[in-house]
Design a protein around this ligand. Sequence first.
Ligand SMILES: [Zn+2]
Length: 122
Amino acid sequence: MTRAQLNALRKNLEADAAALERELRSRDGIVIERAADTLDEVQNATARELEIQTLDVETGRLREVRAALRRMAEGTYGICVECEEEISEKRLNAVPWTARCIACQSRADAHRAAGDSYDEAA
Ligand SMILES: [Zn+2]
């Protein structure tokens, strides 16, 4: 991966992080507001659950994006955190925040699907 490609990916990741931070800040308000509204408690329970689920996903994504930016700063970006092989450029372009090569990611996903606890922050 060339320096220019890396810079382009970093710009994308920085933009992603900024967008997610904005999104999470605005969602925070919504969740708290809905949680405080006891009248529509039952009706809103499902919507709130969905909201919180989305919040979880976005929080996780933000953590991954920040970790990717950290790896860029450290010069370890593009190296799989599990097997230390290079992650393919195609994969990095599609999923620039990824920390794992496809093989290791599939294994991680399989672990998660099986209900094993898996260290996402790795
Ligand atoms: Zn790997």
